[in-house]
Design a protein around this ligand. Structure first.
Ligand code: SF4
Length: 280
């Protein structure tokens, strides 16, 4: 069986940076908690918990002597203000590319016309991003784009992990919706590279395995892209998901398998999957 790993897969710059920041802080003997899960990766979160790096899911959970690590997705502005008012020290691991999007939304919001975000309204990145302007509308489907009323001016940005092909389709619809359309392609480079890599890989192999958390937005998009050109695409969280007898029997039928992984999947997990397949 031939195994091919996508040219770009796994940990992105933002995730590597967040892990480096929190681990260095912890090594200095300082007490720290993350605000929500630092990244969408259960083994990594378990590893942090084993080191004594706890997690606060609300302001009430924050320990008195703890620094709070802001995760890669960022936090809403009102939470940021409340943390400042309460004098809670923070270590900001918000990805700089997420921050860039927040700054664009803030600037556009000052222009007085609505800002459109294409993304998932419940995703933590978007929950934080929408707090940067008053008039924000979030859409996540072509139908929602078509249903928008005509406006004089529309500005549109994207969730960093959006499928770029989908963003282009939305923008094409918006061309007929406004006299002036300002487009900011805020899909991050790591996402674009991983999407392009799986677009190239999926049609060349018999099956594709996409490794990443079930709640990871970018993993979900990679799976959708793989599935669009390869019906034998499967999504797993860890290598253990492949060990079931029926799955092993299915995998053995393929002559070539491609592997890709979401931006919060570690190189070790990717390697585990590769080694497991090589032994079949
Ligand atoms: S996927 Fe992109 S925006 Fe998100 S953490 Fe990684 S580099 Fe940053």
């Amino acid at each position: 069986m031939k195994i091919s790993v996508a040219e770009q897969a796994g940990f992105c710059f933002g995730v590597n940076r967040a892990l480096k920041l929190i681990n260095e802080y912890h090594r200095q003997g300082k007490k720290i908690q993350t605000f929500g899960p630092l990244i969408h990766n259960v083994p990594v979160l378990n590893d942090l918990a084993a080191k004594g790096i706890g997690r606060a899911d609300s302001l009430a959970d924050i320990g008195r002597d703890r620094t709070l690590c802001i995760r890669t997705h960022g936090i809403p502005r009102d939470i940021e203000r409340r943390l400042k008012r309460r004098g809670i020290p923070t270590l900001d691991a918000t990805c700089p590319l997420v921050k860039k999007g927040q700054k664009i939304i803030e600037r556009l919001g000052r222009g007085g016309h609505p800002v459109l975000i294409v993304g998932d309204k419940d995703h933590p990145e978007i929950v934080a991003a929408r707090s940067y302007a008053r008039q924000v509308k979030i859409i996540n489907s072509l139908a929602a784009a078509r249903a928008l009323p005509r406006s004089r001016e529309i500005s549109v940005v994207a969730q960093t992990t959006l499928d770029t092909a989908f963003f282009k389709q939305v923008v094409a619809i918006l061309m007929d919706k406004a006299e002036k359309l300002h487009v900011f392609n805020t899909v991050c480079q790591a996402t674009q590279e991983r999407q392009e890599a799986v677009r190239r890989l999926a049609p060349r192999v018999d099956a594709v395995i996409v490794v990443g958390s079930r709640i990871s937005s970018n993993t979900k998009k990679l799976f959708q892209i793989a599935r669009a050109s390869n019906r034998n695409s499967m999504r797993i969280e860890t290598c253990d998901d492949l060990r079931r007898t029926r799955t092993v029997a299915r995998l053995k039928q393929f002559k070539s398998i491609g592997i890709t992984a979401g931006a919060s999947t570690s190189p070790q997990e990717l390697d585990n999957v590769k080694k497991f397949l090589q032994k079949l």
